[in-house]
Design a protein around this ligand. Structure first.
Ligand code: GTP
Ligand code: MG
Length: 313
């Protein structure tokens, strides 16, 4: 796993602080973008399509001798239509009880919706330990920035409200400082030079899935999953990855492969670039496409595909 450069923040007190901070919100509000920009490394994949994140993802910010914040990115909370989404929402709700502080992300470009109300209710009396973050402020003209502020504030009694742009890293240093001020005293929970608890193989599967999300349309992104069959360091500068893209129906398989295999080549080529950047080696990537009917609705299949890992650890 890559090493992290940190140390921008100066803290006044000597006490070491540490704690867990969740990122919760509706799908697509920018939770994964935010965790990546806070950590300074890509720990979670991002897409313009909702329901991208499918697991609880931890990313660490360590300021040596001062503090460690463990950020916990969660799947967007939405009305579940499949066993998969039911499990994802369950995971996100579980996280609400497990952390020291919350960051409730909302989209500053739109008024609160039913989903936001539902999440605020789920946070319940925890809103006093919640920062309400109005994200995507880069897309709101300056004179209009407060347009929906009061409506969002009315959802709960928040400890603080901050305007940020996760994508442009605006307001993030101040946010980290505010979080550290509020974290309990405690030792670092993870080694200083690590920035996530995910394995390289897990991140690789996600990076491939990110390209499937980006390069396919309609129902394909949500009907697909990726798992790694073989992950092998062949030499200091070469990693072999054999990965399987799972879809639900033969016609989806045909679309992912594309005419003359062109779509799969496009996915493979984009994924390879992203994997090489992440692993820092050349990557020999082989992609296979497999049909597993109804995988999103079957508990056993979901377990096989890694979706109900014990997320409490
Ligand atoms: N303009 C702008 N776009 C943003 C910002 N933050 C995120 N986005 C975009 O919003 C989309 C969704 O971002 P994600 O980070 O995947 O959102 P998410 O909340 O993790 O979504 P789920 O995993 O589906 O719950 C992507 O297209 C991002 O580029 C921001 O501050 N400004
Ligand atoms: Mg996400």
């Amino acid at each position: 796993m890559g090493k992290k450069g940190t140390g921008k923040l100066e803290l006044p007190q000597d006490t070491h602080k540490s704690g867990f901070v969740s990122l919760v919100g509706r799908p697509n509000v920018g939770k994964s973008t935010l965790i990546n920009h806070l950590v300074g490394e890509k720990v979670a994949i991002v897409s313009a399509k909702p329901q991208t994140t499918r697991s609880v993802i931890r990313g660490f910010v360590t300021i040596p001798d001062k503090a460690q914040i463990v950020f916990v990115d969660t799947p967007g909370i939405h009305k579940p239509r499949y066993q998969l989404s039911e499990q994802l929402v369950e995971q996100a709700m579980y996280v609400l009880d497990e952390v020291d502080w919350h960051m409730f992300l909302v989209d500053a470009t739109a008024p609160p919706g039913k989903g936001d109300e539902f999440i605020a209710k789920a946070l319940g009396n925890k809103t006093k330990k919640t920062f309400l973050l109005l994200n995507k402020t880069d897309r709101v003209p300056k004179h209009d920035r407060d347009r929906y502020l009061k409506d969002y504030q009315a959802l709960g009694e928040f400890a603080d409200v901050l305007m940020i742009s996760a994508k442009h890293s605006q307001g993030l240093e101040g946010l980290k400082e505010r979080l550290i001020e509020n974290l309990p005293a405690g030792e670092a929970m993870y080694p200083e030079d690590e920035y996530t608890d995910q394995t390289s193989s897990m991140i690789s599967a996600e990076l491939i899935r990110e390209q499937v999300f980006r390069l396919t349309g309609e129902e394909i992104p949500h009907a697909s999953s990726v798992y790694i069959e073989q992950f092998e360091t062949r030499s200091e500068n070469l990693t072999y990855i054999g990965a399987v893209i799972v879809v639900e129906r033969p016609n989806q398989k045909a679309i992912v492969i594309g005419k003359n295999g062109l779509k799969l080549k496009e996915i493979g080529s984009a994924a390879r670039t992203s994997l090489q950047h992440f692993l820092g080696t050349q990557v020999y990537l082989e992609l296979f496409v497999k049909v597993i009917p109804q995988w999103r609705n079957e508990r056993n299949r979901l377990r096989q595909l890694g979706y109900n890992r014990d997320y409490s650890k």
